[in-house]
Design a protein around this ligand. Sequence first.
Ligand SMILES: [Zn+2]
Ligand SMILES: [Zn+2]
Length: 246
Amino acid sequence: MNRLTPEAIAEGLESGRFRYMRKRCKRGHEWAGTGKSVSRTSTKKCLFCGLENARAQYENTDRNTEEYREVRRIRNQRYRDRLKTEGGDRLEDHRRKHVERNRRWRTESEESFRATLRRYRTSEKGKLLNKANHNRRRAAKENSHSARYSRKDLRSRLSEFDNKCVYCAKVVTTENTHSWDHFIPLSRGGCDTLGNLVLACRFCNASKKDRDPETWYFTQPFASDRRWKTLLKRLGIKEPGQLPLL
Ligand SMILES: [Zn+2]
Ligand SMILES: [Zn+2]
């Protein structure tokens, strides 16, 4: 598209594409101290009025409509077609330049990109997010009921348990040994919901696996009736066999 630069206008005046108007335009646009307005020879309309009108139309059009998207689609297609016939080489050059630049960017920044990702994954934030995502995928696999919970939910759940394993009461922290345990295992119909997630040490989690929580708990050396009851109460389970729902 030809921009209305001073050079373009001067050139247009010379070639006859534009010409001076006899009178100033209605809005009084004046060209470069000549005291005159310049019009398009073809339309006899002032260049700058045209520009203003186009701008106003652009601003007043709601472009977020289905109709407008269609207009844009056709216009873009027409542009691409034109480039193909008229500027085939230019388009190809352009494309090649982009591909080249992307490739360079990827190789140059790969190491720093990986490092950033690694830092995030090992941060507390990243770990909790990972856990939430991992659980959601697992629940989907087991066809368990799953309710979305966020990294923030997990964090507040973490503090609810005083950073202690609910089974053996060993202190666990995010940095080392904490893990999330589905109290009723997903494979036994447990839900992937916050209410079914408890904080456990890695040892207990690995040892409990998919076993029935109660059976497993009472074969452990640290088993205590009192703590078991407290745990059930905390999970809102009144009768044995009731799945914690939340
Ligand atoms: Zn004008
Ligand atoms: Zn434990």
